[in-house]
Design a protein around this ligand. Structure first.
Ligand code: G3P
Ligand code: CA
Length: 263
């Protein structure tokens, strides 16, 4: 499972919805999270940043132009960092129409929204995204996970994990919330670095295109779990399952769930 003891069901990996089921719905939105749950994914992955007035919200990019109508709503600020907008301003943006007309009116979610969408059985992986742009996000996330009723039960059941490419931010979060497992995202390092990571992290998350077969055993020997992103091609999904990774992050959890059932 998440804490480095190998795949949860024998040799089959956990299914993780990347920004929800972002192949079928607008990424990092409630409809996308709900679809992952409907499809029976084990976990929803999402990205958290802090608004200018300190509200944690779920958004991947550094700027809002790709996935929202920011150019219409704030034409003079469209290229500004998404973290320079207040939560009230972010709440005016449409985060669904870019994907398909039927999702028009979908809003950027707050951090709490993914906990509510996950429900009692689905786990959540919150990635600290570009934390250098979100000063203090580690404390805000730690406080929310500890004190918000929407999160407390999930944390108590070990249904929450926090990840980041940014080691410094991730370690800061880990020291503030030692009860929450953390996953380091990035290339698989040498054995000495893996051993050091194992003193504070539960696992590593790496790009499947850069995973060498021998990395799987090296990560496991270090006592860390191994997750791979972003695997959307069924042949690649099968290859990752054959390698024995612990979790596969995909935009299409429905496809991976079918493959896992048939394996
Ligand atoms: O957590 C794995 C993956 O989500 C990291 O890349 O750019 O999709 O956040 P990105
Ligand atoms: Ca992510």
């Amino acid at each position: 499972d998440l804490v480095g003891r190998g795949p949860a069901r024998g040799r089959t990996p956990d299914v993780v919805g990347h920004r929800g089921s972002s192949g079928l719905a607008p990424e990092n939105t409630v409809p996308s999270f709900r679809l992952s749950r409907v499809h029976g994914a084990d976990r929803i992955e999402t990205d958290v940043q802090l608004s200018a007035d300190g509200e944690p919200f779920l958004f991947h990019d550094d700027i809002a132009t790709r996935t929202t109508d920011v150019e219409q709503v704030f034409p003079d600020r469209a290229g500004d960092p998404v973290t320079s907008f207040t939560w009230a301003e972010l709440s005016r943006l449409d985060a669904g129409a870019y994907f398909a007309r039927e999702f028009t009116g979908t809003r950027i979610p707050s951090l709490r929204d993914v906990a509510l969408a996950a429900g009692p059985r689905t786990q959540v992986n919150v990635e600290l995204k570009s934390p250098a742009n979100s000063s203090g996000v580690e404390q805000v996330l730690a406080d929310a996970l500890r004190h918000d009723p929407a999160w407390r039960g999930l944390v108590a059941r070990r249904h929450v994990v926090v990840s980041s490419f940014d080691s410094g931010s991730l370690r800061t979060f880990a020291s503030l919330a030692p009860e929450v497992p953390v996953l380091q995202i990035g290339a698989i390092p040498d054995d000495a670095t893996l051993a050091e990571w194992a003193t504070w992290a539960a696992g590593v998350v790496t790009n499947h295109l850069r995973l060498a077969p021998e990395d799987v055993q090296r990560v496991r020997r270090a006592g860390l779990s191994l997750s791979v992103y972003t695997v959307n091609d069924p042949a690649q999904m099968r290859a990752m399952m054959a390698l024995g990774v612990d979790a596969i992050i995909t935009d299409f959890p429905d496809v991976l769930m079918r493959l896992r059932r048939d394996t």
